[in-house]
Ligand binder design. Structure first.
Ligand SMILES: [Zn+2]
Length: 381
């Protein structure tokens, strides 16, 4: 018997933030912390009621999946794309890119390294403890990945006074994530997931030939192969020798817009050889969107790794049916063993506070669809 039933239902991480929380975040209210506690309890309740087996805290304390670290580390601060434009060599091209991606420059903020990084407080350990105290379910904790952070936070003319290269910055990022992971393992987190969405940008030819992911739009990149090698090396350095939680990695094609046509498209095939060399036990991948290609690519994953199978689209209002999800998973179970399959949405329901892609009502129903599909699959497997 495993720690949970077959086809465990879980989430990628974020839950739509209540409007009162968004308002409080905008105003920087003094009682923000207690409002975030309340919002977290709601996010937990929705997941439990929907039948989720492994719950998250809904990332209610974050402005988005990675820039929240600015509040928890010294040496890094949020800068708007408008501010950063000052430091970009080709301003016009950058503005055109943001426009094509459906991203207004004033709306997006980038965490930017401007000094030596040092923790003011743990990145997510306290959030984990709050979650652990308020649910009896197993829990998942999410952290931004080391490649995403090294790539998006190092900005030429701003970061190089302290870190001459991205690699020098990455050494400190690896250490900070390692310390956090060790603390989470000691505290008993069931799953720790690293979010590395920009890996997809390296291999999929997007609408613009280069730099399609807004959170990595500023970093100059080497060859895709070189960047992927760098990403493999960084994650393996973060997790080396740390046991306890299931270590997961989430890679998607973007979750900032409901316009499918601006998000990346391409199969996971070119990434799988790199995944295979990561010391990661579960890959959390999107498959509800047709942009992710066919299931066959997954056969090349090492037999020991688990798959977090994206089976509902967090950005659409139309509900998938439990029958169609179950039939998709049945097809998948012919390619990889059922014991290796987890069910989740393609991505978070509220990755960016300013740009939620789903409402709580729809997100709740979508998780319910996954739970119903899992119940059916358990009965027939
Ligand atoms: Zn995602």
């Amino acid at each position: 018997m495993g720690r949970w039933p077959l086809f465990p239902v879980t989430v990628v991480g974020s839950w739509p933030r209540p409007t009162w929380l968004l308002e409080a975040m905008r105003r920087g209210r003094a009682d923000l912390r207690s409002l975030q506690d309340e919002a977290t309890l709601l996010a937990i309740k929705y997941q439990e009621d929907a039948g989720v087996d492994i719950v998250s805290d809904g990332e209610q304390r974050r402005d988005n999946f990675y820039s929240f670290i600015c509040h928890r580390l010294d040496g890094i601060r949020l800068m708007t794309m408008a501010e950063l434009l000052e430091y970009v060599e080709d301003k016009a091209a950058f503005e055109t890119l943001l426009k094509a991606l459906d991203v207004p420059a004033f709306a997006i903020k980038n965490p930017t390294v401007v000094g030596k990084l040092s923790p003011k407080e743990p990145l997510v350990l306290e959030d984990f403890k709050f979650l652990r105290e308020h649910t009896r379910k197993p829990v998942k904790v999410t952290l931004p990945g080391p490649y995403l952070l090294s790539r998006s936070t190092w900005v030429k003319n701003l970061s190089d006074a302290v870190y001459p290269t991205r690699e020098a910055l990455a050494d400190d990022i690896v250490q900070i994530l390692r310390d956090e992971l060790r603390a989470l393992a000691a505290a008993g987190a069931d799953i720790v997931q690293f979010d590395e969405p920009v890996l997809s940008e390296l291999v999929f030819a997007g609408k613009s030939a280069t730099r399609t992911f807004m959170c990595a739009a500023l970093a100059a990149s080497a060859s895709p192969e070189g960047e992927l090698e760098f990403a493999v090396d960084l994650i393996n350095r973060v997790v080396a020798g740390i046991d306890g939680p299931i270590l997961a990695l989430h890679v998607c094609r973007g979750n900032w817009s409901q316009k499918e046509e601006v998000l990346l498209e391409g199969s996971y095939d070119p990434l799988i050889p790199y995944f295979a060399r990561m010391q990661i036990q579960q890959f959390v991948l999107e498959y509800a969107t047709p942009r992710a290609g066919t299931l066959e690519a997954l056969q090349a994953l090492p037999a020991k790794v688990q798959l977090g199978f994206g089976a509902v689209n967090p950005r659409t209002i139309a509900l998938e049916s439990p029958e169609e999800v179950a039939s998709r998973v049945t097809q998948l179970a012919e390619l990889i063993a059922p014991e290796r399959i987890y069910l989740n949405p393609d991505c978070g329901f509220g990755t960016f506070a300013d740009r939620p892609v789903g409402t709580p009502a729809v997100a709740f129903k979508k998780l319910g669809v996954l739970a119903q599909a899992a119940a059916f699959l358990r009965a027939v497997t």
